[in-house]
Design a protein around this ligand. Structure first.
Ligand SMILES: [Zn+2]
Ligand SMILES: [Zn+2]
Length: 176
């Protein structure tokens, strides 16, 4: 997998220690919603993915979700260039699934919006599976793969990604 370390994406340090998670039932998939540049998946635009991850971290830590988070709320973040950015990482409680739902599933964000770039490309789906497999191996994640909307009233992760989740969250078939 193409793992982007926190140092590589120039993450801010968390403002306090994470709550430890020994294991989870699995992973919940999220999208950014809102507008994501329609050309984000172009090969030359990967730098903008790191910009987006930093923007989301800044928003979460400055209280954009109603309280100041200690860090980016997500466990990992996946982009359309098949890269997976380290968020809070394995064995840390996320802050993204909704109150009471964070200890059951890790939270993996796809850089997909509700306008602009709205349909995950194959490289993004591969990156999501890379993240899921990483969390099973390193974070004792169970077999479940669900969407944020499972158990919480939200449009997240958007219809195209949610269909993929419901279909089994598998790697795209190789081109013939
Ligand atoms: Zn979500
Ligand atoms: Zn990218």
């Amino acid at each position: 997998m193409n793992l982007v370390t926190r140092a590589e994406w120039r993450a801010k340090k968390p403002t306090s220690a994470y709550t430890r998670l020994s294991s989870t039932r699995g992973v919940k998939i999220h999208y950014t919603g809102g507008k994501v540049p329609a050309d984000l998946a172009e090969p030359g635009n990967h730098d903008r993915c790191a910009d987006l991850v930093r923007d989301i971290q800044r928003m979460h830590m400055s209280g954009g979700r109603g309280e100041r988070y200690i860090d980016l709320g997500y466990t990992m973040v996946c982009c359309p260039h098949r890269a997976t950015f380290m968020g809070r990482g394995p064995h840390a409680l996320p802050a993204a699934n909704g109150a009471g739902l964070n200890s059951r599933h890790y939270a993996v964000l796809a850089l997909v919006g509700s306008s602009g770039f709205t349909r995950p490309n194959d490289d993004l789906l591969h990156a999501l599976v890379d993240a899921i497999e990483y969390l099973r191996e390193h974070g004792d994640a169970g077999r479940e793969v669900k969407g944020h909307r499972d158990g919480y009233p939200t449009s997240c992760p958007g219809d195209p990604l949610y269909r993929w989740v419901r279909a089994g969250a598998e790697r795209p078939a190789p081109l013939m």
